[in-house]
Design a protein around this ligand. Sequence first.
Ligand code: BTN
Length: 249
Amino acid sequence: MSGLILLDSVDSTNTYLKKLAYEDAPGGTAVAAAIQTAGRGRSSGNSFISEPGGLYYSYLLRTSPLSPAEASTLTAKTAVAVVRALDEFIPDSAGIKWVNDIMLNGRKLCGILTEAGHAENGLIPFAVIGIGINVNQSSFPDEISGKATSIFLETGKKTDIRLVADAVTAHLDYLAKHLADDSAAYFEEYQARCISIGKNVLAIRNNTEELCFATGISSNYGLAVTFSDGRKEILTSGEARIRGACGYI
Ligand code: BTN
């Protein structure tokens, strides 16, 4: 591991670390900020609310160059690494909503945004794994209140954010080392912790919404679903919302 860069405030830890990655920062470099002024997400207009109390963190994964197929499993394996880290603070409670949101009691605890470096000869030289974990927030802005929770709201205890960052780093260091040789273990654990399986989900793709039933995870971490007309598909992109504390989230 190459150390954690701690910042009071940054636009986005992913943007900051990507710049370092292109300047040849070593794998294992990680950045954490107390707040982000332009945190990025995968949905909600692509912004990620990043108020004090959360961990806003990015990790540079630089293994041997990855094929697009290998890189596409990274995001799900990262979800496994993050639930393993969260087990140290809220044992066995967090679940993975396909593909890589971490949920607790029907609310979102953590979001993950993995961004690949530009491919060279068809191979991906590095990935910046961005993770936002709600740690000590006692409330959330209106847009997400009811949909989000924090370790504090679930346990009633304040947690040292640096300890959460260190736990995440340890599990990502392990992932970086075992990306090639531990695939079966990650896949099994992903299935065991995935809360989407066996639920009615709202599939959202290309601005269309369709209810379906999630039956399992395919070998490439797609979500196997059956639609009400009997059609079966493997979802590999978009979102599959599950019914949470406040409607489908
Ligand atoms: C999502 O659920 O939409 C993904 C959110 C990812 C947020 C994290 S916070 C640290 C890193 N920096 C960013 O700008 N985004 C990710």
